[in-house]
Design a protein around this ligand. Structure first.
Ligand code: HEC
Length: 168
């Protein structure tokens, strides 16, 4: 069974005690702030459309990882690896997609701190790249290993969204 992921990327958690703590951080990260979009057409000349698509792909991959951690989807090492690789690819794609002069865009939930604190945002992106790269390289061979790898990844979602996203 696939996890239910709403249009806002929110993952509806079933009551699961054992892994709830780990999932709570991931679920918060994905659901943090409304203002998500459905089906934004990717346009190579529009970085806003590209970063929204990258983030939505990261959200979908997080849904797959969460489903396996909850036991709704049978654990499969190749699927886990693909989920972590997808999130890493989203991280690798972000730099360069927040050009100066594009702070105001009604489709975007990117916050002004991205530009006013560019150094902080750059280190958040660098950390996301590094942590997701390490998670991918760890190639989890069990649910427990996926939980350990994903905990470090999910912390990035939450921290960056809190500091660098606004509600639209
Ligand atoms: C380095 C900062 C950063 C990290 C880390 C990060 N995000 Fe994001 N995320 C953003 C920003 C900025 C936006 C708003 C983009 C926009 O609307 O222009 C966003 C938007 C989103 C959206 C909404 C997309 C839409 O439909 O508008 C989802 C879903 C999302 N992120 C999921 C994730 C997940 C899951 C993770 C962790 C695996 C993650 N993000 C990690 C910065 C980050």
């Amino acid at each position: 069974m696939l996890p239910e992921v709403s249009s806002t990327g929110e993952i509806f958690l079933k009551n699961s005690t054992r892994i709830f703590t780990i999932l709570a951080s991931a679920a918060f990260a994905v659901s943090a702030y409304a203002g998500s979009h459905n089906l934004v057409t990717a346009d190579v000349n529009d970085p806003v459309s590209l970063r929204i698509n990258l983030m939505q792909n990261a959200g979908a991959a997080t849904g797959l990882a969460s489903g396996m951690m909850k036991g709704n989807i049978p654990f499969d090492p190749i699927a886990a690896q693909a989920a972590l690789a997808t999130i890493n690819t989203a991280a690798l794609g972000l730099p360069g997609l927040f050009p100066a002069g594009m702070e105001e865009n009604m489709r975007s939930s990117a916050g002004p701190a991205i530009w006013s604190d560019a150094a902080g945002f750059n280190s958040a992106m660098a950390k996301f790249i590094s942590d997701t790269g390490a998670a991918k390289s760890s190639a989890p061979a069990s649910v427990e290993e996926l939980q350990a790898a994903f905990a470090a990844v999910g912390a990035n979602c939450q921290a960056c969204h809190k500091a660098y996203r606004i509600k639209r």
